[in-house]
Design a protein around this ligand. Sequence first.
Ligand code: GCU
Length: 371
Amino acid sequence: MLVGHKGIDEKQLRGEKVIEGNGSLVKQKKKRQVCRMGVVVSLLGILSALAACGRTGSGEETAAVPEYVFTYAENQAEDYPTTQGGYKFAELVKERTGGKIEILISAGAVLGDEKSVVDQLRFGGIDFTRASISSLGDILPKMNVLQLPYLYTGQEHMWKVLDGEIGDEFFAEVESLGLVALSWYDAGARNFYTSTKPIEKLEDFQGMKIRVQEAEVMVDMVEALGAEAVPMTYTLVYSALQTGEIDGAENNWPSYESMGHYEVAKYYTVDEHTRVPEVQLVSRSTWDQLTPEYQQIMRECAQESAIYERELWARREKTAMRKVVAKDCQVVELSAEEKQRFRNAVMPLYEKYYLEYMDLIEAIVAVGETE
Ligand code: GCU
């Protein structure tokens, strides 16, 4: 029985009008009509469900009941491009498996922060996620190469790398973690933003506390620039900026806007220090339950969802930028010389990561030089 719903009683929930005094007869009559209608509606519901379990108009067997129901963790908001990409993926998979596979998207980090979600995926607690590759770098150091500061000449260069042989090589590497990578999602370029004063030159980093993703390479980068790095979960950044626990952070335009960070850190410095791609992952233990046919469908749907996400991304970057500027965000453009100083400052990172992955980094750079 429906009682005690924040002061709404059963009658109100059903939409029944309460008639005072001698209206009780009318009320009972109405109630009986509602009941009868309810029975008819339920019967119709059961009949149509039975029909759906049976046959379609073309006479084919249909699958009304899913064979698998999977979880999918996403730490961004519902309307964010990556979340929308996840929904597209789930929709395509459902459609192409005739409803046999259902993927339930949980947005807004309700299944946990990115790093712990990745851990859960590795041990089969969550089936799917979309994650920033920063969350993989500490467990798969080679992954850090793909997010080295100023590695790509631009977006096009990054996609050539990821959509080519090098991207495939990384997909294969991910398997050693007990994960299967399905597609690359866009996350644009990351920039610094601060609350106390704008970053206009390298020296401005001195004495600042900048939040970074929980990844060694990100800590190294911010320290090389001269600030104090504060690794922290994404969902805690807003309040840390608000309380002054940190002076700034770094992220792409859509995250800056979507998480409301522009409200508490209005200086945004466009230095595009990193491009950190994102990846759709599935737990190996989930993957191994699927037939090769289902696996193939999953791969195709993930790729299609990535195309969709990249389109949404391009649009959202523009709208996010417009929105924050209209809300008084001060955009700082760096001169070419200053950008070069930022680049030079992070060179020690290249030395640290270059030695082990020299050939790979050279190959990535070479992709950017080809037509
Ligand atoms: C981006 C990315 C998130 C990540 C976040 C962060 O917004 O899409 O997945 O968690 O950066 O800075 O932590």
